[in-house]
Design a binder for this molecule. Structure first.
Ligand code: AGP
Length: 604
């Protein structure tokens, strides 16, 4: 949520920062801004409401400098506008700050600063940081920033420039990610490696409570209380090309199509045929501890919560441990009973989602064991948890999640198999699941090959104002996720219900103008699902079924290959990603950057 990029070195900074902002735009895209230190001293700033291309159009041809910071925003305090865009400068134009996160005590600090003569330009909470730094009497920039951070309550990832200290950028982190990019006589700072990956793959990720000073040929890190910390640069796993669109029209399309490879990656090196199980290196859970688990509670938000629901049914089905998934955003507010024999699992693609992170911190405070199922290596949730499973989906840039959903569910299948084989799952069942997992990449490919047919269906259903999605037991989270995908990118209203619940109310909505997507696997509930379709047909509802064989009651059926019952949900979701995609495309939506959303929700 919001993107930061900064540079200090010898190169012309404006094009570097604008390129970095383009790569960060998926984190927020309602306004953007850039500040550079001009060659003759003083700062030059440009800001623009709208996309980075709007900002780029405003940057003058002569905008020379070799140090600068920039920001792309997802508004929280203050509407998207030129003035509310970051960087925020003080009245004298000597201090410039970009900020991700939320200053909780901003109103109180603002009132005090205004009483003391500060003149605010924006409505943002972030601007208080600028004025606090500008008013500090401390001798060094580091100390000025430290003084400001001491009075701030809330979360931040910041980068600061000061005209009196032109040789440096100071950065700090508390709850919002900050990475340093280490180059040859040049340094970068960013909220995300995507912004700097085309220039350096050597990065240092700041911890919460850590600060950094970047000079062109040097960097140092220290705590907010001033104690030096050691920071050894690590090499980023992904190539710069992984962040490109790779010939597709949108990131979403690219990411849907990458799923066979992504699934192959999450399986790679983990299957143990000898014992019909899997090895999960980072779990930090020995067999004795695994046998002692009495419950599994999975916590995530949005798509990750849905992936957790399928994960829970895999854990319950294969390991026979009672398991459920709950929105992390609700969990910590209901004062949950934290049980020492429960294994808690936090799920997050980004590893940054504030609601998930806060739930993890609350659980750890109460002494619980928390694992992470996370995509972004080294992210806050990955660091905060006691161990876990990386889902290895690769960078996901589109705001809506597709390949990460699929890989997360596969990661849960691996975890469930691992726990199951430590407990009572037979060798034969272990083998059966392993064969099913190995079949997935090719089966996903078969589904992707139906894209043209799904596109035609999408054209037909794109006229709907509202759609119903139904499924039973394992099919219900698939319905939930498919309805979320459709609403996120097409803005068509969609409801998801367990098929069994239709007659308890939602059937009242069924009419020809409200089509239903029914998840109809060939499993023990096939007849029950058919009965639900009968109920819809009897009310003249249109039905699109996703099934393993043609469904008579449906107007259209998308056929998916059959896998093991437990793994079928992984495949049944994929055609519905394509359905959402082509529906949104038919409606002319901005697929990679849907309105009002951002990729990582790092605020509450
Ligand atoms: C997915 O399409 C959504 N944009 C959203 O629900 C997302 O899954 C949610 O915000 C959680 O994100 P995370 O997985 O990065 O924690």
């Amino acid at each position: 949520m919001c993107g930061i990029v900064g540079y200090i070195g010898k190169r012309d900074v404006a094009p570097l920062l604008l390129e970095g902002l383009q790569r960060l735009e998926y984190r927020g895209y309602d306004s953007a801004g850039i500040v550079i230190a001009g060659k003759s001293g003083g700062f030059k700033a440009v800001k623009a409401k709208g996309r980075v291309r709007e900002l780029e159009a405003r940057v003058p041809k002569r905008f020379a400098g070799t140090t600068g910071i920039a920001h792309t925003r997802w508004a929280t305090h203050g509407a998207p506008s030129d003035v509310n865009a970051h960087p925020h400068l003080d009245t004298e134009g000597k201090v410039a700050v970009v900020h991700n996160g939320i200053v909780d005590n901003a109103s109180e600090l603002r009132a005090k600063l205004e009483a003391d003569g500060a003149v605010f330009a924006s409505e943002t909470d972030s601007e208080v940081i600028t004025h606090l730094i500008a008013r500090s009497q401390a001798a060094s920039l580091e100390e000025k920033v430290r003084e400001a951070l001491r009075v701030i309550e809330g979360t931040y990832g910041i980068a600061v420039m000061h005209a009196d200290f032109p040789d440096r950028i100071v950065a700090a982190r508390n709850g919002s990610p900050v990475v340093l990019g280490i180059g040859e006589k040049e340094m970068f700072v960013a909220s995300d490696v995507a912004a700097l990956i085309s220039h350096t793959r050597q990065v240092v990720t700041l911890d919460d409570g850590e600060m950094a000073t970047l000079k062109a040929d040097d960097f140092r890190t220290y705590t907010t209380s001033g104690t030096r910390t050691t920071a050894t640069p690590e090499t980023v796993e992904w190539e710069a090309a992984s962040y490109d669109m790779g010939g597709h029209d949108t990131y979403m399309h690219k990411e849907i199509c990458e799923q066979p490879d992504a699934v192959d990656r999450v399986l790679r090196g983990r299957i143990d045929d000898k014992f019909s199980t899997v090895h999960l290196g980072g779990l930090n859970l020995d067999a004795r501890e695994a046998r002692g688990i009495r419950r599994v509670k999975i916590l995530g938000c949005g798509t990750s919560y849905h992936a957790g629901m399928i994960g829970a049914s895999l854990v319950e089905g294969l390991a026979r441990i009672p398991a459920d998934s709950e929105p992390a955003s609700e969990f910590r507010y209901r004062n949950p009973v934290v049980d020492p024999d429960t294994l808690y699992i936090a799920v997050s693609q980004s590893g940054e989602t504030y609601d998930v992170l806060a739930a993890v911190q609350e659980l750890k405070r109460k002494g619980a064991r928390v694992l992470g199922v996370v995509n972004v290596v080294g992210s806050a949730i990955a660091r905060e948890t006691d161990g876990g499973v990386y889902v290895h989906a690769g960078p996901e840039v589109c705001v809506v999640s597709t390949k990460c959903f699929t890989n997360t569910v596969v990661a849960f299948a691996l975890l469930a198999l691992h726990l199951g084989r430590i407990r009572d799952l037979s060798v034969a069942d272990g083998k059966r699941i392993i064969e099913g997992l190995r079949a997935l990449p090719e089966q996903i490919q078969e589904i992707l090959a139906q894209e043209e047919d799904i596109k035609k269906l999408a054209a037909e259903y794109a006229e709907a104002k509202s759609m119903m999605f139904i499924g039973r037991v394992r099919g219900y989270p698939v319905a939930l996720e498919a309805s979320l995908k459709l609403k996120e990118i097409s803005y068509i209203h969609a409801e998801a219900y367990p098929a069994s619940e239709l007659k308890h109310g939602p059937l009242a909505l069924i009419e020809p103008a409200m089509p239903t997507v029914a998840i109809v696997p060939d499993d023990s509930l096939l007849e029950k699902n058919r009965a639900a379709m009968e109920e819809i047909k009897a009310r003249s509802g249109r039905i699109l079924a996703v099934a393993h064989r043609e469904q008579e009651k449906a107007d259209h059926t998308i056929l998916v290959p059959k896998n093991e019952d437990e793994l079928d949900p992984i495949l049944m979701g994929i055609p519905l990603q394509l359905l959402a995609y082509h529906t949104a495309l038919a409606l002319g939506r901005d697929i990679d950057k849907p309105r009002n959303l951002a990729k990582s929700v790092t605020v509450e």
